[in-house]
Design a protein around this ligand. Structure first.
Ligand SMILES: CC(C)(COP(=O)(O)OP(=O)(O)OC[C@H]1O[C@@H](n2cnc3c(N)ncnc32)[C@H](O)[C@@H]1OP(=O)(O)O)[C@@H](O)C(=O)NCCC(=O)NCCS
Length: 179
């Protein structure tokens, strides 16, 4: 019976609307299955800014997000039942993709949302760029663990890149080849 359920689940999950399936067989769909990635809009900014302020000592203000929209950067939210749980932003120029921000609501962290968004950005960049870059604070052990697990390699240090309580903090630069 279980094998049959798994088969049906795999078939239907693959081809049908997951939310509809979740209503019919609620136990067989995980929260992760129901996460949706979609393009960020201005209407998302209140939720995005709330998460941004919870996550960072030096959060981006609204104008930075709107500048990213204007610049045509790839801006995404990850949502569940219409609630924004995380977001990610990627710029692209001459064969280089750059992750500008990736952030998950603190109450929703450690459930695979960051990994899902990062994998999505990598797939989005593949075929459009040869390398994907990002910066991270050396103290951000959770993010570094995620990036290294995905396969990013350290390529250098940017001195005094981030604002910090007592002046500036260096950034570790990481890169992943996409071919
Ligand atoms: C970094 C961040 C986006 C990760 O999102 P997340 O949804 O919590 O991460 P996931 O649940 O997908 O975890 C993926 C991997 O990251 C690593 N990881 C995540 N949180 C971790 C923690 N607290 N400690 C150690 N490793 C951690 C693990 O390797 C994990 O893999 P595992 O689940 O197989 O153990 C999230 O912690 C966050 O929003 N932090 C605040 C904002 C930020 O610092 N963004 C990055 C700026 S460079």
């Amino acid at each position: 019976m279980r094998g049959l359920m798994d088969k049906i689940k795999n078939l239907v999950i693959y081809d049908a609307d997951k939310e509809f399936y979740a209503k019919v067989f609620p136990d067989s769909v995980t929260k992760k299955d129901l996460l949706r990635l979609r393009i960020m809009t201005h209407a998302d900014l209140p939720s995005v800014l709330e998460i941004e302020r919870k996550n960072y000592h030096f959060p981006w203000e609204e104008d930075i997000f709107t500048d990213c929209f204007k610049a045509g950067y790839s801006c995404w939210v990850c949502e569940l039942d219409g609630k924004v749980l995380g977001y990610s932003l990627l710029s692209m120029a001459v064969g280089e993709a750059h992750i500008l921000n990736i952030s998950v609501d603190p109450t929703e962290q450690k459930q695979g949302i960051g990994r899902k968004m990062l994998e999505h950005l990598i797939e989005f960049a593949r075929g459009r760029a040869e390398t994907i870059f990002l910066e991270v604070r050396p103290t951000n052990t959770a993010a570094i663990a995620l990036y290294e697990d995905i396969g990013f390699n350290e390529i250098g240090i940017r001195k005094g890149y981030y604002p910090a309580e007592n002046g500036r903090e260096d950034a570790i630069m990481l890169a992943l080849e996409l071919f």
